[in-house]
Structures are given as structure tokens and as C-alpha cells.
Write a protein of this length. Structure first.
Length: 133
């Protein structure tokens, strides 16, 4: 129902979102590719960005172009770097940070496994440490 979706999206202020969080968030900069998830939108180009944080239930991503709030996306969470699966997610909020930077919050339709997420964060931290050395 469109009215239900509009009501849900209207509650997605930063304070409201933070108060509803149930999972620990990992601050991590991973490459994220957002592909339109609706079959009818598959011809739209994918959008590349960088994660700000990641949890079992969602993520916050910075993009250089606008992402549509309410739309469904297939997110590639750092490809082989993280070992995490692609996930379908709804964009629940977006705001322009400055010219050329849009911050978008996503809610996953299927939660990531806690152990898989922790292991992925360990792999990413190890890869960062090797690059810094």
C-alpha cells in the first residue's frame, strides 16, 4: 500500500533510525555497487559508492549521485574483498552531504549472518593493514 510506504519513509529521520537500531555497526569504507533491484528498472545503470558503516540489517553509503528513496537495490558489498553476499535492500533515507556527495541509508530484506559479517570485517581489516605496510 502506497500510504503505508509513505508513512514508513516519513519516520526515517536520523534520530528515529538510530533509535530503532538493533545491531552493532561496523565503521568501514568498502566499495559498494547499487544496481536497481526492480526487474523493470534493470536497464538503469548501477551506481558506485563507498560504505560509511555496515550492520547485519543495513548500511550507510556515500554516492556521487542521487539514489531514489523507497526504491529497491541489489547491493554488492565489496565483491570478493569482503566475501559478503549480494543483498537486496530498500533505500530508506538519503540526504545531500554537499555538492557531489549523497548519503543513503539502506535496510536489507535479509539480515547478514552475524558470524559472516564479523569474519568479513576481519578480512577487510587485515587487507587494510597489509596495504598500509
Amino acid at each position: 500500500n502506497d500510504n503505508d510506504l509513505i508513512a514508513e519513509l516519513a519516520t526515517n529521520t536520523r534520530a528515529e533510525v538510530e533509535s530503532r537500531r538493533t545491531h552493532a555497526r561496523f565503521t568501514v569504507a568498502l566499495p559498494i555497487v547499487a544496481t536497481p533491484g526492480n526487474f523493470s528498472d534493470r536497464l538503469r545503470p548501477a551506481t558506485a559508492g563507498t560504505s560509511v558503516d555496515l550492520s547485519q540489517g543495513g548500511c550507510l553509503v556515500l554516492f556521487e549521485q542521487a539514489i531514489q528513496v523507497g526504491d529497491i537495490y541489489l547491493l554488492d558489498l565489496a565483491g570478493t574483498q569482503s566475501g559478503l553476499p549480494q543483498v537486496y535492500a530498500r533505500c530508506v533515507r538519503a540526504r545531500m552531504v554537499h555538492d557531489g556527495a549523497v548519503e543513503a541509508g539502506f535496510s536489507f530484506f535479509t539480515q547478514l549472518d552475524a558470524n559472516d559479517l564479523r569474519e568479513a570485517m576481519r578480512r577487510c581489516a587485515s587487507a587494510d593493514a597489509r596495504r598500509a605496510a
